[in-house]
Design a protein around this ligand. Structure first.
Ligand code: 2GW
Ligand code: MN
Length: 291
């Protein structure tokens, strides 16, 4: 794999002024992607001449395998990076329950069986460990960019190459307009995920992160190290892996931020336009009763 982003210059495709009412640049000058801030025609032409392979990792263990995986994958096949080569890295705890899906052209499935942790907090957190191992062992040699996602979501509209970047973060929809003092960061200094009150740029959503394999590998290794250090010290961050992710992005600024159009919760409101990926309706009592 080669690094495409060195050849792609922001001024050629990013249109920060087209929606002036929205925040479209971070203080460190990373784009915040909204519909209308990018030139899709330009990008599609660029990536036609510079083809890339994109990885998408997802875990579906226990009830999440029964409930969410089929819709996630079927919708990804329709809307995730249409027209580009995609490898789905799907982690399940029961191989026989992998959904039957007829994948599109240039779509490849690499399933892997992993053991399900007993506590749900560990199911979520230990994704960082599995991802670190897999990125290191083979994903880094197979893709140019990789996205790591939750499974309890589905794609609704093209989620395309405009989202590719070195280190990509998702702004959590509920906190987009909140001051950072209201972000649900870990506030206990004893945790490795601690963020001081008044610090922080966005509340990032652990349901989506991505970038080049080397940048994502550094991220997952670092979050996993924080999680294990906390375990040693008998503390668990308030939002588990998401707390550690937020700490990582405070210290390593993302090069691209996805607006809530890229991960919308229709519970906020149903009028939202240009939603590319949406949270599944989740009955917590139903999916979490086994733990
Ligand atoms: C998770 C919670 C309670 C019971 C079960 C599970 C569970 C999660 C499971 O039984 N099987 C499973 O495969 N998972 C995986 O972990 C799955 O990929 C799921 O999307 C992911 C995170 O769990 P989820 O989606 O229930 O967490 P959320 O949507 O409340 O999300 C945020 O906070 C989490 C930490 O508490 C994570 O950081 C997550 O990435 C965030 O979006
Ligand atoms: Mn989720």
């Amino acid at each position: 794999p080669f690094r495409i982003s060195e050849k792609l210059s922001l001024q050629d495709w990013f249109l920060p002024s087209s929606k002036v009412e929205l925040r479209t640049k971070t203080p460190w000058n990373a784009p915040i992607l909204w519909e209308g801030t990018f030139n899709r025609t330009y990008l599609e032409e660029f990536y036609r001449n510079n083809p890339v392979t994109i990885g998408l990792t997802v875990f579906a263990l226990g009830k999440y395998l029964d409930k969410y995986l089929e819709k996630f994958l079927a919708s990804a096949d329709k809307y995730f990076m249409p027209g580009h080569k995609v490898i789905y890295y799907v982690m399940v705890d029961n191989h026989s329950k992998l959904p039957y899906i007829e994948y599109g052209t240039s779509r490849f499935l690499k399933p892997r069986v992993v053991a399900k942790e007993a506590r749900w907090q560990d199911v979520s957190m230990m994704r960082m460990k599995t991802l670190a191992d897999m990125l290191q062992d083979f994903i880094k040699d197979e893709v140019d960019y990789v996205f790591c996602m939750d499974v309890d979501m589905d794609f609704r509209a093209p989620y395309g190459v405009e989202t590719l970047g070195e280190l990509v973060a998702q702004a959590q929809a509920w906190f987009m307009n909140s001051p950072n003092t209201e972000f649900t960061y870990e506030r206990r200094p004893e945790s490795k995920a601690y963020i001081e009150m008044g610090q922080g740029d966005f509340y990032y959503h652990a349901a989506v992160f991505g970038g080049t394999p080397s940048r994502v590998l550094d991220l997952v290794r670092s979050c996993y190290a924080g999680i294990m250090e906390d375990k040693k010290n008998n503390i668990e961050a308030v939002w588990h892996d998401e707390s550690h992710l937020n700490k990582y992005f405070l210290e390593h600024k993302p090069t691209l931020i996805l607006s809530p159009e890229y991960c919308w919760d229709y519970k906020i409101h149903t009028e939202m336009e240009h939603v590319k990926l949406a949270w599944a309706v989740k009955d917590y009592a139903e999916v979490r009763d086994n733990v």
